[in-house]
Design a protein around this ligand. Sequence first.
Ligand SMILES: CC(C)(COP(=O)(O)OP(=O)(O)OC[C@H]1O[C@@H](n2cnc3c(N)ncnc32)[C@H](O)[C@@H]1OP(=O)(O)O)[C@@H](O)C(=O)NCCC(=O)NCCS
Length: 199
Amino acid sequence: MILPSPLPVLRTERLVLRRPIATDITDRHAIGRDPEIYRMLGADIRGLSPLTEDQARAWVESIVAHPAAWVIEFQGRAIGEILLDNFVEADRRAGLIVGILDPQALGKGLGTEAIRAVAEFAFDTLALHKLSMRVLGFNTRALRAYERVGFIREGLERESALIGGIWHDDVIVGLLKRDFDALRAEPKGPAIPAPALRS
Ligand SMILES: CC(C)(COP(=O)(O)OP(=O)(O)OC[C@H]1O[C@@H](n2cnc3c(N)ncnc32)[C@H](O)[C@@H]1OP(=O)(O)O)[C@@H](O)C(=O)NCCC(=O)NCCS
């Protein structure tokens, strides 16, 4: 997969998706670790320790080191990250990973906005055919956000994640270019009924 270098900045109505800058370390450190968000990311939140400055720096460095990762910037501050990963060139597909880490920024449609922008880049610039992701079955907010972009629930992997001593199912969702094209052709965005992805 030939990625453009540098990775382009992606702009949406309210977000800038861009490569890291020095102030991202301070922003990441200020956000810290929200237990609910970490639970959605599959962490065992028992004994979750505060984020150190070194860990904030490591977070930024991991984005710098990744060829297809963007910092999600909202109102001039870094609030999370989004990336394309696990490219399978022969099948023109990749995985998508997103994490808004600032609890104040959740549930405002920002995740949907970021995922849409990266899906557009994946299909229009990289000419991918498909994006997939694995989501914890209890992460209903994420499932709904993916559904809004056009992701379809393709499968369920039973008890694939052991979190805090409890087994959880993973839901596999996928977005074909034609699914995305059909939704973006609609004048007012998706009108899929909410229960379509829910288990
Ligand atoms: C998943 C994520 C990117 C979604 O972004 P977001 O900006 O929070 O979500 P949006 O506001 O775009 O959309 C959320 C949808 O879920 C609904 N929703 C919000 N909170 C919800 C909740 N607690 N439970 C169920 N649905 C919820 C919203 O109403 C909205 O649906 P609607 O447009 O039909 O009303 C973001 O929440 C996130 O990064 N969370 C933490 C990490 C994570 O879960 N990453 C994904 C791992 S696979």
